[in-house]
Design a protein around this ligand. Structure first.
Ligand code: G16
Length: 542
């Protein structure tokens, strides 16, 4: 039976870079999740009988919200919900299912790489029929609905058991519980030469994958161990846990330090990788080398044709603005399109749908292609493995020859986490005020050639996004970018992105910190970071 429950609005349900993210206790306030889900359904313009995909990364509170979402879907006229067994679906697997099954959308419960548990983070994201994150005009419409919501609809009966595969009914709606891995693994087999990768592994090539107790564990075990023949134990931390084993499922230098340590050791495997909470991010490493996400995007763009799914070449590449320009150099050399978008995978959707680009990537450890409409951690791992299986060179050798051909773009991102929100806004506001007078200013050997606040006009639908980060470009092409994160749940996080291009091969071996020293000092001088935030060091450098 449909029940209509009276509710009152919350004023803080504006989706950020990737959906609504808050602390678990915040989501546990009365009707907080239900208000947001009803607002999604109200903004979606349903005509009845649609299919909805529902899944999440298995974090604490996942199951409760999934059961609520199923009951609300039944009461709002959906004809079918497709749910991952136990409520699990990685973000790319959900994107694939939405596309494959012709769903009108999907609800993905995740706070990505943020920590989980009763006091950790939680999130709700809505994806549209192309499988990708809802674009801004839809997230804005959802936000508008949250401001005036006065009731939500929910089915009174309990939904079927989501831990058992199969179909059952809730009212008129079918609840279909599926194996979360099967369709995704089948898609990967279509894109990559599993036979060649199997041969590589059988020849003694060694690898380690850290699933960080998050959602990719079952996917990586099935694909890497069962289908590609990597020995059991290749996948570490492979059982998803509600609190990610107390860790922070972010594949970066701080939180994947153990695997990075292994990869830098004498008996390191040939290849190492890690993924995040919901399986859309990736970290790629070789023996003695960590590949920066911006470089990984460039290498994948230059070598994708070696995998069967991209044998015809790629149409173009897109990267978020703060991502280094390494991929631009590949695109220029190959005569293919290159697009610079704001941060957020949602900005790639139109370019992918229109066939303007095949591969996209972001400095925030995300790469993906037109196979789905999300970034995809295991996809990146498999494309790297397919390239390694074809080239039979080490990761380090591949990076060195890439830099020799295209030049090296030294790159770092400095994160200042949980800083005072007012100090962060003051810092950005002051930069903004000084933009007009910036060109021509000299800082040591660096001269500012242009400075702006990045805005983007979507070439497909003409929509405009403004205020997407302060860009300071120096003559010679070096850049400093300042942005506030849109995914944090406490205070503000300032991200400072720093890059410098180096053509001279004899200088490619430098330590990035050394190669970027002058720019790093200049970033503090221009941004007045120390003075305004009281911080002398970033919390994380990636
Ligand atoms: C999300 C978005 C990405 C974005 C990243 C970082 O990733 O999907 O497009 O690059 O956040 O955003 P910010 O710099 O605003 O924190 P995820 O993996 O958290 O969903």
């Amino acid at each position: 039976m449909i029940e209509t429950i009276a509710t009152t609005p919350y004023d803080d349900q504006k989706p950020g870079t990737s959906g609504l993210r808050k602390k678990v206790p915040h989501f546990q306030q009365p009707n907080y999740a239900a208000n947001f889900i009803q607002s999604i359904f109200d903004a979606a313009g349903l005509s009845g009988g649609e299919t909805l995909v529902i899944g999440g990364d298995g974090r604490f509170y996942n199951r409760e919200v999934i059961l609520t979402a199923i009951r609300m879907a039944a009461a709002n006229g959906y004809g079918r919900v497709i749910v991952g067994q136990g409520g699990l679906l990685s973000t790319p697997a959900a994107s694939n299912l939405i596309r494959k099954r012709g769903a009108s959308g999907g609800i993905i419960l995740s706070a990505s790489h943020n920590p989980g548990g009763p006091n950790g983070d939680f999130g709700i994201k809505y994806n549209i029929a192309n499988g990708g994150p809802a674009p801004e005009k839809i997230t804005e419409a959802i936000f508008e609905k949250t401001k005036t919501i006065s009731r939500y609809r929910i089915w009174t009966e309990t939904p079927p058991d989501i831990s058992r595969l199969g179909e059952a009914k809730l009212g008129d709606m079918v609840v279909e519980v599926i194996d979360p891995v099967a369709d995704y693994a089948a898609l990967m087999e279509q894109l990559f030469d599993f036979g060649k990768i199997r041969d590589l592994i059988a020849s003694g090539f060694t690898l380690a994958f850290d699933a960080m107790h998050a959602v990719t564990g079952p996917y990586a075990r099935e694909i890497l161990e069962n289908r590609l023949g990597a020995p059991q134990g290749t996948v570490r931390n492979g059982v998803p846990k509600e609190d990610f084993g107390g860790g922070h499922p972010d594949p970066n230098a701080v939180h994947a330090a153990e695997l990075i340590g292994t990869m830098m050791g004498d008996d390191a495997p040939d290849f190492g990788a890690a993924s995040d909470g919901d399986g859309d991010r990736n970290l790629i490493m070789g023996r003695g080398i960590v590949v920066s996400p911006s470089d990984s995007l460039a290498v994948l763009a230059a070598n994708a044709h070696l995998a069967p799914g991209y044998a015809g070449g790629i149409a173009g590449v897109a990267r978020s603005m703060p991502t280094s320009q390494a991929a631009d150099r590949v695109a220029e050399a190959r005569g293919i399109g290159i697009y610079e978008t704001p941060t957020g995978w949602k900005f790639f959707g139109n370019l992918l749908d229109a066939g303007k680009v095949t591969i996209c990537g972001e400095e925030s450890a995300g790469t993906g292609s037109n196979h789905v409409r999300e970034k995809d951690g295991l996809w990146a791992v498999l494309l790297w493995l397919n390239i390694l299986a074809e080239r039979r060179e080490s990761v380090k050798a591949i990076m060195e020859s890439h830099w020799a051909e295209f030049g090296r773009t030294f790159y770092q991102r400095h994160d200042y986490e949980e800083i005072d929100k007012r100090a962060a806004d003051g810092l950005m506001g002051s930069l903004h005020d000084r933009l007009a007078s910036m060109a021509g200013q000299r800082f040591g050997t660096l001269v500012v050639s242009e400075a702006d606040d990045f805005s983007y006009k979507d070439p497909v639908d003409g929509s405009v996004a403004t205020g997407q980060g302060i860009r300071i470009v120096f003559s010679g092409g070096s850049r400093i970018v300042y942005r506030l994160s849109g995914t944090g749940t406490k205070g503000a996080t300032l991200r400072v992105y720093i890059e410098r291009y180096e053509k001279d091969v004899s200088r490619h071996g430098q330590d990035p910190a050394e190669a970027l020293k002058e720019l790093i000092e200049t970033a503090d001088a221009i941004g007045e970071i120390r003075k305004r935030t009281g911080r002398s060091e970033p919390d994380v450098v990636t």
